[in-house]
Write a protein that binds this ligand. Structure first.
Ligand code: ADP
Ligand code: ZN
Length: 207
């Protein structure tokens, strides 16, 4: 998590379980880039309009950066400010695989690209484009949280539906809002076997 001594552009990934401090770390890096008088753009995927403006970083000289809500890598490409020197993306796991080419192209053109996201889904499996992003990045910081059951370092995101561990075949991205999430270690993480005939909700990546 030190400053990166690369010249030209590069890609940094901040990965980890829910509650591991990825957003805090992204915000810290953005704040320092603002202090360094870099032109910074922040994007946040899957951002409900209710949360717009939640991510706002201000510097002491009054400059501030708001997160731009996006649903796809194409929207990021369209909305890039050509003068931005630092491009930060939060919740990168929700983006399509096109984010790999967008991040690569920005780095090739001399930009510092910072991407934060969940490395694994509620099943403990690689989430969206995060594996590819972690592979092509110059630096990867994998953060852990604290397991709410045993206090060990937490590396898994536990999904609970009505207080019970979610089944394997529940959708990767839920639309209902009945679910809750906890940080847990590998030993305390529970995925119920797939429910037979469960009504699938939501997204295209259901199993
Ligand atoms: P992320 O973006 O990785 O989900 P955030 O940066 O939003 O994480 O939040 C991290 C903060 O969440 C921590 O600084 C801590 O205050 C709080 N927190 C809540 N639950 C936990 C937990 N189980 N383990 C660690 N931090 C937790
Ligand atoms: Zn545990």
């Amino acid at each position: 998590m030190t400053a990166v001594p690369f010249s030209g552009g590069w890609i940094e990934v901040v990965a980890g379980v829910m509650f591991s401090g990825k957003s805090e770390e992204l915000m810290r890096r953005v704040r320092r880039a603002v202090i360094a008088r870099k032109r910074v753009q922040v994007f946040k995927s899957h951002l409900d309009s209710r949360y717009a403006g939640l991510f706002a970083v201000s510097s002491h000289d009054g400059r501030s950066v708001d997160a731009i809500p996006v649903d796809s890598s194409a929207q990021i490409a369209q909305r890039i400010d050509p003068t931005a020197q630092v491009i930060a993306v939060d919740e990168a796991q929700f983006l399509d695989d096109g984010i790999v080419a967008v991040a690569t192209s920005l780095a090739q053109r001399g930009r510092r690209v910072i991407l934060a996201g969940l490395d694994t889904d509620f099943r403990g499996e690689p989430f969206g484009p995060m594996p590819q992003l972690m592979a092509i990045a110059e630096t990867v910081d994998k953060l852990s949280a604290i397991c709410v059951l045993c206090g060990a370092p937490a590396t898994r995101t536990q999904r609970l539906i009505d207080g019970q561990p979610a089944a394997w075949n529940s959708p990767t991205i839920m639309v209902g809002g009945r679910e809750a999430y906890e940080a847990r270690c590998r030993a305390c993480h529970v995925v119920r076997p797939a429910d037979e005939g469960q009504l699938m909700l939501g997204t295209s990546d259901e199993r």
